[in-house]
Design a protein around this ligand. Sequence first.
Ligand code: ADP
Length: 741
Amino acid sequence: MKEFLFYLIFGLSAITYFVGLGSLRKTSRKGVIDRLYFLSAMCSAGWGLFIGLVLMQTDENLAALFRAIGMLHIFGLLICFTYMLVFWSNIQGRMKRWTSGFVWLSALLYPFVIRRENVEFEMTAYGMSYRIRPGIFSVVYVVFCAVVAVNLFCLNLHMLRRSVRRRERDIAYSLLLCVIIVGFGCALDTLLQMIGFSAFPVSTLGQFVAQMVLCQTYLFYNGSRVTLENMSKFVYYSVDEPVFLFDETERLCIVNNGATIFLGLSAEECCKLRLEDIFVLERDAFKFRGNKNRVEARCWQRNNICSISIDKIYDDYQDIIGYIVIVHDVTERVRMLERLEREKQRADKANEAKSAFLANMSHEIRTPINAIMGMNEMILRESAEQSTLEYAGNIQNASKTLLVIINDILDFSKIESGMMEVVEEPYSLRTLLQDLRTECIMRAEEKGLALRFIVPEETPSALLGDEVRVRQVILNILTNAIKYTMKGGVTMTVTYERQTPDSVKLFFAVADTGIGIKKENIGRLFGKFDRINEEQVHAIEGTGLGLSIVDRLVHLMDGKVTVESEYGKGSVFTVELRQKVAGEETVGSIREQPRQQERQEAGGPLFTAPDARILAVDDNKVNLAVIRGLLRKTKAQVTCATSGGECLEAAAKERYDVILLDHMMPGMDGIETLEKFRALEENASRDAKVIVLTANAMAGVREMYLEKGFDDYLSKPIEGKALEKLLLKYLPSALVTENEE
Ligand code: ADP
């Protein structure tokens, strides 16, 4: 009987150790309760072990030693249990301090509890037993135990009263059961001896039962906490994506709702499948290196395109126990990408067709205008008849307007189709402003308007940016201001703000005293083909495209354009542009350039060069006649060729200083001719400058031609002045005499 009791106690103690240690295997983060539970299990097991050892002893001194260690575990268990109750009952403040503080009195009592004089040992039928000697100490000890028991009981009642949820009430009942079992055990321990029974370790056995109940409570509590282990189940079932769990033999064992919906089968039917039964896959999809594999595959049942990620699942020893397969249905995305790709190709084709059309149109329209303007210029130069000169003057004005409109439409189409690019090159703001002034002063004076430029002299002049576009924007605003002002004047004020040492923000504010714009119309200003104040402006030339081009160009250059206007009084258009600074040079004072055009129109050409030899190449004979006519007064020797072949032949045979080469020619075009010309072995015109003459005036083509190897570019219709300027630049200076007039 005695041995049986020893083995029973040691066995129970061993079980308690195992159960306690088992709680350490929990993978998620350990909290207060986890630690307290572990300590309580260790104390409970220690209690059993050492009281068991006491029972086995025949020597009182050894029994006293084991009892002392056993008591340490008993008090430890008491403290852990009290703290667990305090935690679960969620009491706060004074009550919490009192309850948890009181149990620590056991530390004070401990030295008295283990004193040999206070304990009496005796051998009983169940082994070595002991009792506390009556006296003041035994009274204190009993009172302490009673207060702790009442404390625990009250905490339990408090918990029961406060518990709202069923799970809280269940925990409270379980803990109450623990308190009752241990309390009952302790009471029996003393009572049995009082009524003459041999001391039997009821409390030691009882606390094992209480510890098992506590273990159940702990497991129950853990099961209803938000932990990774608990929640993964919910997450698994709640995700919409199909998730399949395969075991290590690659058999499907668990599917979530998303998976059953995806396959249109019941969970049982799904579980008969292998991965290859669901997707069109190579065999051995699970054989891969690393932890994760992602494959694209088509689903057999529904023909969906899926992106499948396969993750290996491991046990604690890092052996594979299965695979988790998550399926992303990407059918819609793939189809959309295919659709987008098709649409992009279609748009690219349309865009290409559009730019080809624009280039073509540019060419087709410019070629006849070239003839009209060129021939007309010759009439202007050579006729002495006043009425003929007047008619020709009108033709010239109308052609120029037509050209501006064509240029606007081409620019606009180019911007709209996203083909307009801004380039960054060094330019002089001073020259730009002087040119603008020269260009506008005549128009202003013709209308009796004052044109003023206010530019601080220290404004940086050496800038980096797209000069052509900056010029186009400001010229447009200035011409509008002059166009829509009947009396008074136009003032352009340039200001700047230094942003960094090498960048500057420029403000070009063009103020006029013109017709002004109504407030409600300001928003429409930058719309395409939108002319406002129709009743007032219908007599003024315009297409309504200018400002929308300005707006888009300014945006392309990362700037902005703003308008302030008072109807009937005038407007201020401000263009804000950030430009890089390329040097120290400043603008200084702005004066208009000498009026070359007037000089040219009034008198002779810019230069004479009777020894200069120029080869003009164009398949259109009228164009050749225009060039010849325009250069007649320069006395330069102009030879004509009507094809690339003729050009090469002539250039190889005789020296030419400049070759004016058309681009679009049947057979060998200008670019091919240039390539062959450069490759000629015997070439008398090796040093000749080659200037492309083309009716293709789309923005950006200049750069393209320079890249192809031309020395310069001149667009048709050819202006006499522009042609002369270019020749002045490229003809050897020894052959040229500049006209001083
Ligand atoms: P266009 O001048 O060819 O008609 P714009 O796009 O340059 O086209 O201008 C659009 C409209 O804005 C013009 O028709 C005119 O009514 C108005 N506008 C532009 N500039 C001014 C200005 N300085 N003063 C008054 N109205 C202006």
